[in-house]
Design a binder for this molecule. Sequence first.
Ligand code: AMP
Length: 114
Amino acid sequence: MADDLFLKIINREIPADIVYETDEILAFRDISPKAPVHILIIPKEHIKTINDLEAGHAEMIGKLFLAAAEIAAKEGIAENGYRVVMNCNQHGGQAVYHIHLHLLGGRQMGWPPG
Ligand code: AMP
């Protein structure tokens, strides 16, 4: 947990461009954006991967998606559309082991992902 980068952002130990915050959730702009809008939406609770989720987390996971829709509207990308992605472990491309929902928009997304 000590090496959890996103916990350091939650605790304001390292800076981030925060766009949304509640008691449970924080959202901030990705430092290396892959789209004109690229925001990471995270629970404040330390959860390493999707594989570590428990039934008690269900409501919080729902709130991550509600936050994504609210932020997308604020960013002006809701109508054209956007993508939300949560990567898990090595094959999923996860680099930071504190679950986070990527909100990507502002350009056409390709499918399938590479
Ligand atoms: P993932 O590969 O799904 O674990 O995504 C991790 C994301 O965190 C990447 O898109 C990084 O660009 C982003 N990231 C890493 N460090 C920071 C940071 N200090 N502030 C904001 N975003 C970051």
